[in-house]
Design a binder for this molecule. Structure first.
Ligand code: ZN
Length: 341
């Protein structure tokens, strides 16, 4: 078992987290404290996943066909995981779905094509939402240069991704409230978000907290311009009884990258050639990764991929290749120049 990354960092002999990851310690077998901590949960994971699938069945039985417009709204990036999630909930549960794409001005042309193809094939209504470029430019050039969010979020994602996700979550939830949609679906990979939050009833208190954590990190002028991406204060009372469930089903359905790819191809989804190794939809991602690596000394996807290596859904060598290969210089340059940095 090799315990060094291609760039010669010491890495965990089990999960690929590097010595530069905050709080990491290795035991005499070269296994990290995060792996040791996860051991027990992993042993119970088969049981746990079955339990969550039953919970989702029950929840869907409860809500299906009762909402005025849609059973569920999906935060849909056009990437592999969210396309697969959309297919899964559409085909498995025959829900009436709305897909929303947040257009951050860096959605790749191939991703747009995939979005059109997949939503057409699955017969899902689709809308996209885009802030004006000067606003997007301001927030992404700020987060490319500075970590404005609380430290724990930066262990799991770059500041750029965190800012983008904040807007996605806001606009999707706001849509769910206004359209009285009882279910909000996300395509988080099984490494991105833990199973214990995979079916979560939201409520005004929780959402207000999250919104404040995001909003307070932003400079005043940007926060003002992004108003439509936040939940208006009056909604917490007005819609208090209709806060939706958030689900991310890939945490508890079988996740096999090859199987997913083949099902996606059947749908007409094509693996993009115009994005980096960690994203199948975003042209800003490589630059966001590079900024994070330069500032923190570890890849912003390493937490996610390490989780997936531990769970056995990503092969360790493949994980190492994904995380420890350099960012595509052309892609880094493209985003950097577009942001005027
Ligand atoms: Zn480890």
């Amino acid at each position: 078992m090799h315990n060094r990354s291609p760039g010669n960092l010491k890495i965990c002999s089990r999960c690929i987290l590097p010595e530069t990851f905050p709080g990491i310690k290795f035991d005499d077998q070269g296994i990290c404290n995060y792996c040791r901590k996860e051991q027990k949960a992993l042993q119970k994971s088969v049981e746990k996943k079955a339990q969550y699938r039953r919970r989702l069945d029950d929840l869907i039985n409860d809500i299906k066909g009762k909402a005025p417009l849609y059973d569920a709204v999906m935060a849909y990036s056009g990437g592999k995981d969210s396309s697969y999630t959309l297919k899964l909930i559409k085909e498995q549960y025959r829900l009436k779905l709305l897909a929303i794409t947040f257009d951050n001005h860096f959605v790749s042309p191939m991703a747009w094509e995939n979005i059109r193809t997949v939503t057409n094939t699955l017969e899902v209504d689709h809308i996209s939402f885009r802030p004006p470029w000067p606003v997007a430019k301001k927030i992404f050039s700020l987060t490319a240069q500075r970590d404005i969010f609380p430290r724990p979020t930066l262990l799991r994602a770059s500041a750029v991704c965190t800012s983008c996700m904040g807007m996605v979550k806001g606009v999707v939830l706001r849509t769910a409230l206004e359209m009285k949609i009882p279910l909000v679906a996300f395509g988080w990979s099984p490494g991105q978000a833990p199973i214990h939050s995979a079916i979560l009833k939201t409520n005004p208190k929780l959402i207000r907290q999250n919104q404040m954590a995001f909003g307070n990190a932003l400079p005043e002028d940007i926060r003002k311009e992004l108003k439509p991406y936040f939940i208006p204060e009056v909604y917490y009372q007005e819609y208090a009884d209709s806060f939706p469930y958030n689900i991310h089903p890939l945490a508890f359905f079988d996740y096999d990258e090859e199987e997913i790819m083949s099902e996606m191809r059947e749908l007409g989804w094509r693996p993009p050639e115009d994005t980096d190794t960690n994203s199948t939809n975003c042209l800003l991602n490589a630059f966001a990764n590079q900024c994070h690596i330069d500032r923190h000394g570890f890849h912003p996807y390493v937490w996610e991929i390490a989780n997936m290596v531990r769970q056995g859904v990503v092969d360790r060598d493949e994980g190492i290749a994904k995380i420890y290969s350099p960012q595509d210089p052309d892609m880094v340059k493209y985003a950097k120049e577009k942001l005027g940095l």
